[in-house]
Design a protein around this ligand. Sequence first.
Ligand code: TXA
Ligand code: MG
Length: 341
Amino acid sequence: MNPDRLKQAVKLLLAGELVALPTETVYGLGADAANPEAIAKIYAAKGRPADHPLIVHLPAADHIAQWAQDIPPAAHDLAAAFWPGPLTLILKKQDWVPPAVTGGQDTVGLRVPAHPLALELLAAFAAARAPAPAGIAAPSANRFGRVSPTTVAHVREELGEKVSLILDGGPCEIGIESTIVDFSRSAPEILRPGAIAAADIARLTGISPRLRGGQPKEKSADDDFVPRVPGAPDAHYAPRTPLRLMDSASLAEELVRLAHGGQRVAVLAHSVDAPSNPGLFSGWRAAAEPAAYARQLYASLRALDALGADIILVETPPAMPAWHAIADRLRRAASGAAGSS
Ligand code: TXA
Ligand code: MG
């Protein structure tokens, strides 16, 4: 990073201001995790309820003990194997960690992101703070309940002037948020699926993590779910245009039916070209391979949303583990669209 820009970013963080930063998953809206007033600015900018916990980003795995205690060996194993990377560990917090960042809970979410700019910023911020603990609290840099940003343009669209500085790290490599594993209870549990799969975790730790809830309507951790508080809405990652998931055959039929009714239909399909039908408003071909699909997912949803169609039909992803995280995000987008909760 340009040294002046890096200095400016550290200075803003030390002063309790917001800095948006790239990670390998999605862009984050960062603030000094030890400063409750700075954290309050994140909640205000996002319009997010204050009892939703934030992930604290660290420069390296050896900072973990400054923030968490009673860390199980399996959590250390995962950190050693996957950090820097798209994995968040939920652990019992150190007593000093401000409740502002944990949503009042006794646990803290920690992750070391795998993006060179984020790591450079985290290292410089930690150096400025040493020997005190230094972490950057960063939720996805979108307004509450909206699609996460994977480019600087998305961050501007979401938060604009509400953020003092946006660091440009190019489009995010992974494109969907980190896998969250909760180690604060008796057995590890995946609260949010991501690029690191349950099988990877089982292989590394010898423990098969539980998946929160089941399929397909369960709740799991995200902006709109407050852990251990019942009745939180399921909707998240929602475009404004209503979105429905269906298999490729039903999709073609539904397109004809809706078009007959005068509806403008946009389609996102990965295994078939969008059917050539006069009722089709816009057809998008998504990648047929899950990593590439995930990388483009949020940009595709934004672009489809911007078309102003009456409905977006999305081809249901394959029912295979490699597609699990994508299916989770699409399901949320569908349940968050107009007409549902
Ligand atoms: O990939 C990511 O994780 C991105 C990038 C920026 O790092 N961040 C992200 O943050 O997705 P956010 O705030 O949009 O989603 C994090 C979710 C929260 O909504 C919350 O449910 C869960 O992580 N979380 C954080 N701390 C937690 C805790 N102590 N207990 C349970 N869940 C927690
Ligand atoms: Mg988010």
